[in-house]
Ligand binder design. Sequence first.
Ligand code: C5P
Length: 218
Amino acid sequence: MKPINIALDGPAAAGKSTIAKLVAAKLSMVYVDTGAMYRAITYKYLQLNKTENFSELVESTELSLTYDEEKGQRVILDNQDVTDYLRENDVTNHVSYVSSKESVRSFAVEKQQELAQQKGIVMDGRDIGTVVLPDADLKIYMIASVEERALRRQKDNELRDIQSTVEQLKKEIAERDHYDMNREISPLKKADDAITIDTTGMSIEEVTDKILTLVEDI
Ligand code: C5P
């Protein structure tokens, strides 16, 4: 197979990272979780007592991704592995705000484009097919009902020992989608040439197989 890049976008908790990881493993490609980059910048924003100086924040930031055989993608922020903090509620509740800032986006997008230069990448996020990799070989827009997304996220949170209720998650997911879809810079939207997959009621295997079939057709 010739080296390709796959862009996987969609709203919060639609199953993008689970599927992207599996597709990448099956095709011996590298999975890049761009949400984790925005979460790391948000982690720093919170550490800096919610600074409003986003340009200074990113200028003083060293951010890189490394890969661990067992644990997968790790996020290194200013020489510290912060991966385990990135799903905390405080980060989740501020990430849409922080990622709407122009300096934050240009900082993250530049890194993402660098990572994808050599191809062989499955990248998930909100603006991968529209802005980061407009020439991706395959673009998927993955959606699912808010109810199903909240239930999936609740299961995830239980595994990670994060406290939440399905009702609260539904509200947070809907709010985050609204913010991500209505921001001025690079809002979440389907690229014209993306293929929509509604994963409501589909199993992880079904979605993975569907994408693998689409890859075969490239
Ligand atoms: O994918 P995840 O839920 O971890 O993303 C967290 C947040 O980061 C999103 O709600 C969105 O605000 C932001 N994000 C973004 N662009 C991306 C990936 C994530 O704005 N490519």
